[in-house]
Every structure is written in structure tokens, then in C-alpha cells.
Write a protein that binds this ligand. Structure first.
Ligand code: TRP
Length: 333
């Protein structure tokens, strides 16, 4: 128990906006699973964040449950970690309002993700898209998180979270722990199989660029066989060989083999053999996850039991921080 108290708090969240990808798994989720033993981990499905982009209600409900079951299947363990659904814990929306009054229009205007997303969804540049980083800051600060594992694209959001927290603490004393973002070094950065200069993404225009956690084996094999490579026909990691480098990164991530070993093993072999090997290794990695997903998704009562329990604990923890912050500001509690 004493040990428990000394463990640092890790907080992270993922948007349940469509199926989880191989990139999400190798880049982030696998690390979330690993951190469960070393840290007090709190993980959320950031469903409030997803409505900054228009969602189909029926599909959204399905996506949320699918994502919850998928993360359990990946190894998020509700006995070790708190894994809750953001919208079920009302303190998040409340903290977001509070913090938005301590966040400047100018700093939100500088967020590169806002600029990118408003260019992409020019017909729906809503205020939520603009204040998205404030909601995220609240997520993190509510749990007094020490560490926040995120992808490189979220770095700026961690920076603004720290700025907001420091500003608030500067006015009212030590209310929030200043969190540190960290981009896990052993997390593979998985790129699109069709355009290996871009991150693998479910919004890839070319469906073959993105492998989903729940893709059937034959679909996974097809996507790897069609992966973009180069004309050198030599399996080696080198500048300018983005496609092959990406396949090597994926292969290394799922087999644990070093690049050197991979180069050695595929010396003299063509890309066809290599792509087949990568595809098969990915299929084998995902097979047990898919089996577990199928079990979880067919037991909605169990899923509900898991998230209700976690929601309740999350509410308890986060209410403490929200109450403290509101009191400092001057609300009568
Ligand atoms: N914005 C993050 C993403 O799209 C998801 C997220 C929401 C998050 N709240 C968070 C990540 C808090 C880390 C911490 O990837």
C-alpha cells in the first residue's frame, strides 16, 4: 500500500472516433498496457472531444463501446487501472468551462491542430474545435497527473495544459500538479502503408494505407502486400526508403527483432517475402486481441460493469480537484 502511494499518476485518453488502428496500438496502447504495473494509470475514452467533428449518433454509440472493448482486449486491465468514459464524469465539462476563463484567445489561436482541423472542416469551425485543448487540459489536471503519454501531434496540447496550470497556480497557489508529457521512445511511429511520409490514420483517403485492429487476416495480408516500397529491392533501413523503413519498424515492433537482425534475415530476399512476413507477424499479434474483443463486445453487461465502476472512481478523484479549484476562484460551495 505504501508503494501504491508513491506511484506516479499517468493519465491519457483516446478518442473513440472510429476503429482503433495498428498505429494506435503499436504507438500508444501497448505502452499504456505496459505502464499499468509501474504507475497509477488513469485512462479515458475522450468521447466529448469527438463531437468537435460531426458524428452520426448511432455510429458514435457503437464506436464508444467498440473502443472500450478494444482497449480491454489490448490489455487495459480494470483491476490495475481506472478506465472510464469521459462524458460519464461531469467534472470534465465543468473543469473545461472553468479553465476556459484562464485561457487566452491568442494562445488557442496558435494551436496547429486547430488550424489543421479548421482547414479540413471549413464548413464546421465550431467553438468546441477551438476550445478543445482546454477540455483536454481539464482531463489531465483533474487527476493531478504526473505523466501524460501522448503522440508527437499532442505535444502542443500538453504545453498549453502546463501553461494554463501554471497561470492558475500563480494566481491561487498550488492547485494543479504540473504534468509532463512524454512521447514513449519504444512506441513505434507507424506510417501509412500507402503514403509512408504520413502517420497511419483512419482518415487516410486510401483505405489500404491503414490497418485496423479488427481487420480480418486476409485484409491485413492484402494491405501489407500492397504496401508502397521502393525500387531498390533491398530490405535495409535507410534515408529515403520511407516505405521499407515503416515496414521494418512495424516488423520490429511486433517481433522484437532489431533492424540489424531483420536486415540479416532478409538479406538477398525480395520485398514480396518481406511484406508477407510482416503481414503474418501482424496477423499473429492481433489474433489474440481480436479474440478477446469478440468476447468483450458480446458481453455488454460486463463492459457496463467495468465502466460504471471506473466512472465512479474517476468522479470521486476529479471532484476533489474541481472543488479545490472552484473554491479558490471564489465560488460558494
Ligand atoms: N486529444 C487527444 C487525441 O486526440 C485525446 C485526449 C483527450 C487526451 N484528452 C486527453 C490525450 C488527455 C491525453 C490526455 O489524441
Amino acid at each position: 500500500m505504501e508503494n501504491e502511494q508513491k506511484k506516479e499518476v499517468v493519465f491519457s485518453a483516446i478518442q473513440p472516433s472510429g476503429s482503433i488502428t495498428l498505429g494506435n496500438y503499436l504507438g500508444a496502447l501497448r505502452n499504456w498496457v505496459k505502464m499499468q504495473d509501474e504507475y497509477n494509470c488513469i485512462y479515458a475514452l475522450a468521447d466529448l472531444h469527438t463531437i468537435t467533428v460531426r458524428q452520426d449518433p448511432k455510429q458514435m454509440r457503437k464506436n464508444i463501446l467498440d473502443a472500450y472493448a478494444s482497449l480491454l482486449a489490448c490489455g487495459i486491465d480494470v483491476e490495475k487501472s481506472i478506465f472510464f468514459i469521459q462524458s460519464h464524469v461531469h467534472t470534465h465539462a465543468e473543469m473545461s468551462w472553468l479553465l476556459s476563463c484562464y485561457t487566452q484567445f491568442g494562445e488557442l489561436s496558435r494551436m496547429t491542430q486547430f488550424k489543421d482541423k479548421s482547414a479540413k472542416h471549413a464548413d464546421n469551425i465550431n467553438a468546441g474545435l477551438f476550445t478543445y485543448p482546454v477540455l483536454m487540459a481539464g482531463d489531465i489536471l483533474l487527476y493531478q497527473a504526473d505523466k501524460v503519454p501522448v503522440g508527437a501531434d499532442q505535444k502542443q496540447h500538453i504545453e498549453i495544459t502546463r501553461n494554463i496550470a501554471e497561470r492558475f497556480n500563480g494566481l491561487y497557489g498550488n492547485v494543479f500538479k504540473i504534468p509532463e508529457g512524454f512521447i514513449p521512445k519504444n512506441g513505434a511511429r507507424v506510417m501509412s502503408l500507402q503514403d509512408p511520409t504520413k502517420k497511419m490514420s483512419k482518415s487516410d483517403e486510401n483505405a489500404n494505407g491503414c490497418v485496423h485492429l479488427l481487420d480480418p487476416p486476409e485484409v491485413i495480408m492484402k494491405k501489407f502486400k500492397r504496401a508502397i516500397t521502393d525500387s531498390e529491392a533491398c530490405v535495409r533501413y535507410a534515408e529515403g526508403k520511407d516505405g521499407v523503413n515503416n515496414l521494418m519498424a512495424i516488423y520490429s515492433a511486433v517481433t522484437g527483432l532489431s533492424y540489424e537482425q531483420i536486415e540479416h534475415d532478409f538479406d538477398g530476399k525480395g520485398y514480396g517475402d518481406f511484406k508477407t512476413a510482416v503481414g503474418e507477424a501482424v496477423v499473429e499479434t492481433l489474433r489474440p486481441i481480436q479474440e478477446k474483443y469478440n468476447q468483450y463486445i458480446s458481453d455488454k453487461a460486463y463492459l457496463e460493469e467495468c465502466y460504471r465502476k471506473a466512472d465512479e472512481i474517476a468522479l470521486k478523484i476529479s471532484s476533489r480537484t474541481l472543488g479545490k479549484a472552484m473554491k479558490k476562484v471564489g465560488f460558494v460551495l
